[in-house]
Ligand binder design. Structure first.
Ligand code: LMR
Length: 401
């Protein structure tokens, strides 16, 4: 029965990493997958996260018994508070249901399964462009109609607000609309508060269902509170919605798969029912989530001093990224690279949507050994003081050709 198997590429982003790893060229650069790197091009474990890992490993009271299907209660509490903030009315009124997931991807999938299979929702809107996996997740969950709302104005290299609002204004009641909470992937361009308010008005008017992917909370500004503004605003406006949380980027726990699915509902009585119904999709899928990463996050966020240390490191990481943005823009301008490059510093988070076309990207990959996605997205965290000249010169060269 396996006779017609063919080798496929299920995730182009991880294929780029494979190509990079196999490349023997000395000056090769990986600007593909969204992972933080130090100025020495090293993978980075946040010191306080490392400290908490040791504590978890050496804690004699912990064992390997199954977690509840809904996950580690302590983790769900601190993670949800990180997203919604301590003053959140919905939290105080106990109108929030939280379920631990295997990182943000799985939070998206659990929500999509529930919305498609239980709520019978059929239509989902994505920003154009969005993370390559979003559409696949909603498709696998059973959504039938996939629509996009314009997000990125290619020529102006900024958000296409009039067309975005127009698309959402034409969406029908009950459509799910996916938003990125902060540090939009791949464009690195977020809505202003004023623009978010306009979007929220349309959501209310058309009775749309917001789903907010907050995979980069803290990575846009270095401040997780600021990065959660839209989620907190929607909650304060009395909307019902769901949000996916991930601790891959902001705590660097990529391979531990630590996430949380947060649902805000109108009545506290609905919370136990909703959690139990979500379990109907957890049980036949992975049954219950892994414990280790959730215990680490609980220790980081549950202790004032640890949390402060984490916030400080997060700022250092985002400062390094901001500095790389400035340098890249400056160098491209100094090299008289045709076009405008100021969008690189107007964008935030890990990524810059450079505006490079597919042909230019292909040349960078093949001729310069610089790995980036076909969309022209680069991971700014892959830049450092040693490779930035090479990257700027290479980009400039392919643009001038
Ligand atoms: C990315 O966009 O590079 C990351 O979110 C990694 C992934 O899973 O795609």
């Amino acid at each position: 029965i396996f006779a017609d198997m063919k080798v496929v590429i299920p995730a182009p982003i991880f294929h780029l990493t494979k190509m990079y790893n196999e490349d023997k060229f000395e000056k090769k650069v990986n600007l593909g997958v969204g992972v933080y790197r130090t100025d020495e091009n090293k993978s980075f474990t946040i010191p306080v996260v490392k400290k908490c890992e040791f504590e978890v490993v050496n804690d004699p009271t912990l064992d390997h018994e199954y977690l509840p299907m809904s996950g580690n209660p302590e983790f769900r509490k601190v993670a949800t508070e990180l997203l919604l903030g301590p003053d959140c009315k919905a939290l105080q009124e106990k109108r929030v249901a939280a379920v631990q997931t295997a990182s943000g991807t799985n939070a998206c999938r659990l929500a999509a399964d529930f919305l498609a299979k239980r709520m019978k929702l059929r239509t989902v809107y994505f920003p154009m462009p969005t993370w390559e996996n979003h559409m696949v997740i909603f498709d696998h969950a059973g959504f039938k109609q996939f629509k996009t709302y314009p997000y990125w104005h290619k020529k102006r290299r900024q958000i296409d607000m009039p067309r975005l609002l127009e698309a959402l204004a034409s969406a029908n009641e009950g459509a799910v609309v996916l938003f990125h909470g902060s540090a939009h992937n791949p464009t690195g361009m977020d809505l202003t508060k004023k623009q978010w308010k306009q979007v929220t008005t349309v959501i209310k008017m058309n009775k749309l269902f917001p789903f907010v992917d907050t995979a980069y909370q803290g990575f846009a500004t270095g401040d997780p509170d600021r990065d959660a503004w839209i989620v907190r605003y929607m909650a304060s406006e009395g909307l019902e919605f769901m949000a996916a949380q991930s601790f891959s980027k902001n705590m660097g726990l990529y391979n531990e798969r630590v996430g949380n699915l947060v649902s805000i509902v109108s009545d506290p009585k609905l919370v136990p029912a909703l959690i139990s119904e979500l379990m109907m999709y957890v049980r036949p899928n992975y049954s219950n989530p892994p414990a280790f990463g959730s215990r680490v996050v609980s220790r980081v966020l549950g202790d004032k001093k640890n949390k402060e240390e984490w916030l400080k490191t997060l700022c250092e990481m985002t400062d390094r990224v901001k500095n790389m943005r400035k340098q890249l823009m400056q160098k491209l301008q100094d090299l008289n690279t045709p076009g405008r490059w100021d969008h690189i510093t107007r964008q935030s988070g890990m990524f810059s949507f450079t505006g490079l076309n597919e042909e230019q990207v292909a040349k960078l990959v093949k001729e310069k050994h610089i790995y980036l996605t076909a969309s022209g997205r680069i991971n700014i965290c892959g830049l450092n003081t040693k490779n930035i000249d090479y990257v700027a010169e290479s980009i400039s060269a392919v643009v001038k050709e």
